[in-house]
Write a protein that binds this ligand. Structure first.
Ligand code: SF4
Length: 259
């Protein structure tokens, strides 16, 4: 969308995009970060919670199912993951031992609906090998590991990036690691709390330095950001009805509309 036609420009004079190269060849504009503290982030959380209610993530019946879902959801819609999970259940493969024993090619066929199925089958096999090598196939043993140590070990597993690892730690392990995804970047950079180009770790630190280390809070916060992004903060944002519209008045700045 042409920024000059953005609906928010009816309310605010146009400003240069925050933290991006000006389209007419200018220098990179500095990001004018809006100061944010614990109160700011908790206010955002409470506004979202009041608007949408508890999200009760993760939609899985077991920790193992949750972890498999987190690996399968990379680059695909959740409905495709659900089909793949159903197929694994119907074929009695949604269990550590069964997943260890099935061949990679057979596993790929069962998760076909999730897209990139050969790659994802390989990732599941690497992950399951890690679980058996390190913890004899036991998730309880794995999650008894100290959180930061476990995070380091999971990040070293091929195919598991920080977003997947933190999802596993938070939603299956109940460990307080804030999950950062593209939706988080979009919402909080549009309100100039973060720079969209900040590294994963920097964005995570932004939240974890300001919020109490409470897994339930992190659980709901991330789920609420996803809900917000699907309903309002889409590529073309619909700000006027959005529960975070108050931030514009509070911060007196229009959003950075880089997507
Ligand atoms: S839709 Fe608009 S008001 Fe809502 S979070 Fe996105 S930029 Fe902010």
């Amino acid at each position: 969308m042409d920024r000059r036609k953005h609906p928010l420009n009816k309310m605010h004079p146009p400003l240069p995009l925050a933290g991006v190269t000006h389209p007419q060849g200018g220098r990179k504009q500095p990001l004018h970060r809006v100061p944010s503290d614990t109160r700011d982030l908790l206010e955002i959380y409470h506004r979202l919670y009041t608007a949408f209610g508890p999200q009760r993530w993760w939609p899985a019946k077991s920790r193992f199912e949750m972890i498999v879902g987190a690996i399968l959801t990379q680059n695909t819609a959740w409905k495709n993951v659900e089909k793949a999970i159903r197929s694994l259940k119907e074929n009695a493969v949604l269990h550590p031992r069964a997943m260890k024993e099935i061949s990679q090619s057979e596993l790929g066929l069962l998760i076909r609906s999730s897209g990139f199925f050969n790659l994802k089958a390989a990732r599941l096999k690497v992950w399951i090998a890690f679980l058996f090598d390190e913890y004899n196939g036991s998730l309880s043993r794995m999650f008894s590991e100290e959180g930061n140590r476990l995070r380091e070990k999971l990040l070293a597993v091929k195919g598991l990036g920080p977003e997947t690892v933190d999802s596993i730690l938070l939603y299956a392990g109940n460990e307080p690691f804030f999950v950062v995804d593209a939706y988080t970047r979009r919402v909080f950079s549009r309100h100039n709390r973060i720079d969209p180009n900040d590294a994963y770790q920097a964005v995570q630190t932004f939240f974890m330095d300001r919020l109490p280390a409470d897994p339930l809070l992190y659980n709901e916060y991330h789920a609420l950001i996803v809900r917000l992004s699907k309903l309002f903060c889409k590529k073309e944002p619909t700000c006027e009805a959005c529960p975070l519209h108050y931030l514009f008045e509070q911060d007196s700045r229009p959003p950075a509309v880089k997507r």
